[in-house]
Design a protein around this ligand. Sequence first.
Ligand code: PLP
Length: 379
Amino acid sequence: MTFDPETTTFLIAGPVRIHPRVLRAMSMPSLNHRGDYFHGIVQEIRELLPVLFGTPGHQVVLSGSGTAGLEAMYSSLLPKDGRVLVLSNGNFGERSDKIARQYSSHVTTVTAPWGHPIAPEAVRTELEKGDVVAVCLVHNETSVGLANDLGAISKEVRRAGSPLLLVDGISAVAGIPINVTEWGIDALVAGPQKGLAAPAGLAIVHLSDRAVEALHPGSFYLDLKAHLGPLEKNDTPWTPAVPLFLALREALLLLKEETLAGRLARTHRLAEASRAAVDALGLELFPEREFASDTVTAIKNPNGMGDAELRKVLEHQYNILVQGGQGALTGKIFRIGHMGIADWPDLLVTFAALERILGKAGRLPAPGASLRAVVDRMP
Ligand code: PLP
């Protein structure tokens, strides 16, 4: 079967497959975004958002992709004075670093090699030098399939006293457990096109009470303070992406029906199955295994097999979409996204096709073993 966008097994690292209920929700005639009907939609979204973050709080929906959410967070919260720590161990850490440097001239970057976690001790060392007013990090580094230990890092930040903890949770929220309150997270950006399985094009920002106190205008369009006031009246400061709000409401309802705990548990199970299947194929995970992400599995390409031999065959021969590597990792790794509404049939089809490709190349150690690994982990 050749690639068909309408029927493909869609396992890139986000945007993810969208439930037909969510697709239908977007097919509405134009709405008056200042009218009662749309205000009712915003109200429902506000009531549902605590399901996504696992806690109530100040939660703002922005029209603009995840990066808009990051820029809103940094521009509205990075103080003018004081040092800002940015933790970076992948492509999105580098992006955060770039955005943070637009809004602060006192950024120190703490790095770890791609595929390795940020060490909490390295964060402590920088914090002990003093003057740190904010710590920024990517929880789940989508580019390398690695989840940083946000719990351990947050302990270091809290030990240091008052720095704000600003988190890119774009591919973590609704995919990886996050204890927003216990870990003292001040701002957390979610990308609805990932664990929530809504369309791309919105960003959702959760703010703590003290983050709300600290808000200041840094950007016009993305000024979080300018959004909070109208939100009290179920309104938005500028014209919102109405169809995406309709889709967001339906995706939140689906999450509520499954429950956040249910979605996290299912995502974890799919991740465990994927990792076991990768082992059975004789392939290697890219990140340190202990930190392998539950939403995205990043796998080293076997020697001598690049995108043309692997990913493109999956796409054009078997109608399966997985994602390649970014930057220096192009052609060196491929990534399977298994978040949102991804499910067991997706994994079975994908690993069956990988078995066939590797088998034809004479590189399959144990035929059927990866499928067995998945089946054994099904509920
Ligand atoms: N941060 C992380 C961790 C991501 O995974 C992504 C997108 O994949 C982004 C930021 C950027 O989000 P967007 O492409 O929606 O602007």
